[in-house]
Write a protein that binds this ligand. Structure first.
Ligand SMILES: C[S@@+](CC[C@H](N)C(=O)[O-])C[C@H]1O[C@@H](n2cnc3c(N)ncnc32)[C@H](O)[C@@H]1O
Length: 272
């Protein structure tokens, strides 16, 4: 199979250990977020991977959910993570080995999955479609590799739900616009059910949870990145940014800080 063209910023070949370390740290913080944990548990329960099944985790990152799937399908089944980023793939392989998990990892792209037709019983794809330039094609690929009766769970953020408080009426729209612009497909969250239905799959469950950020990590890496871009684009001055950080720190002290985005999920099956 020929290597597909880059389809997201994450797809850029990452051979820099410092970048891998930074991405891994971000994914670990997100994995510990109570909203992410709740939504993952909700979706895994509805996906219902069970012993003997073949599971696929697309855009597996550090491989945490590939390991969850591997445990669910054990002992006869198997779980494979498809991950284009070599740095993250190496982290996933190392962590699975350390945990004694049989999860395996392959190089591959959501737009051209390295699997034959009807090869998977269950597919998991979490916070990947927001990074993909052609999510409709990615979901069509999932439908192709699912066997009739097979199930799929999509989970993704919708960046229109970015909320930061306190931020003035001038500053908030600028930061929200940057947050929206950081993803290739920022409206992924609201689109999941429609993409699945459009690929001929039957949507069985939809759900959502809110990811509330820890106020005592202000300014958080996400916020710092958003502010830096806003300054580069002339939407925010350094003075306003510093005032914003002070306001957020003070709000955290008195319990009034809020930073959140909403994450959505849809679980579907391929009709027989
Ligand atoms: C925000 S991370 C989520 C990782 C993991 N699914 C999780 O929830 O922890 C996005 C992942 O999507 C992967 N990714 C980006 N573009 C992709 C593509 N075109 N095909 C497959 N994976 C992709 C990235 O390398 C990264 O591992």
């Amino acid at each position: 199979m020929t290597d597909p063209p880059p389809s997201s910023a994450f797809r850029t070949a990452n051979i820099d250990p410092a970048v891998t370390e930074r991405l891994t740290a971000v994914l670990d913080v997100q994995a510990a977020n109570p909203g992410v944990r709740r939504l993952r548990a909700w979706a895994h329960e509805r996906l219902g991977a069970h012993p003997g099944e073949r599971a696929l985790d697309i855009g597996s990152g550090t491989g945490s959910e590939t390991q969850v799937l591997a445990a669910a399908v054990a002992p006869e089944g198997h779980a494979v993570g498809v991950e284009p980023n070599p740095g993250l793939r190496a982290v996933a392989e190392r962590r699975a080995a350390e945990a004694g998990s049989p999860a395996r990892f392959l190089e591959g792209d959501a737009l051209a999955l390295p699997l034959p037709d009807a090869d998977a019983d269950v597919v998991w794809c979490e916070r990947v479609l927001q990074h993909v330039t052609d999510p409709t094609r990615a979901v069509a690929e999932m439908a192709r590799v699912l066997r009739p009766g097979g199930r799929v769970a999509l989970l993704d953020t919708d960046w229109a739900t970015f909320l930061l408080h306190p931020a003035t009426a001038e500053v908030h729209p600028a930061l929200a616009a940057i947050a929206w612009g950081t993803a290739a497909t920022p409206h992924a969250g609201r689109s999941l059910a429609g993409w699945l239905a459009g690929a001929g799959l039957t949507v069985d469950h939809t759900g959502a949870d809110v990811l509330l950020a820890d106020p005592y990590a202000v300014p958080r890496p996400l916020l710092r990145a958003i502010c830096t871009t806003a300054i580069e684009r002339g939407l925010l001055t350094e003075e306003r940014r510093d005032r914003l950080y002070d306001d957020l720190d003070a709000a955290a002290e008195r319990g009034a800080f809020h930073l959140s985005v909403t994450m959505f999920t849809a679980v579907a099956h391929r009709p027989r």
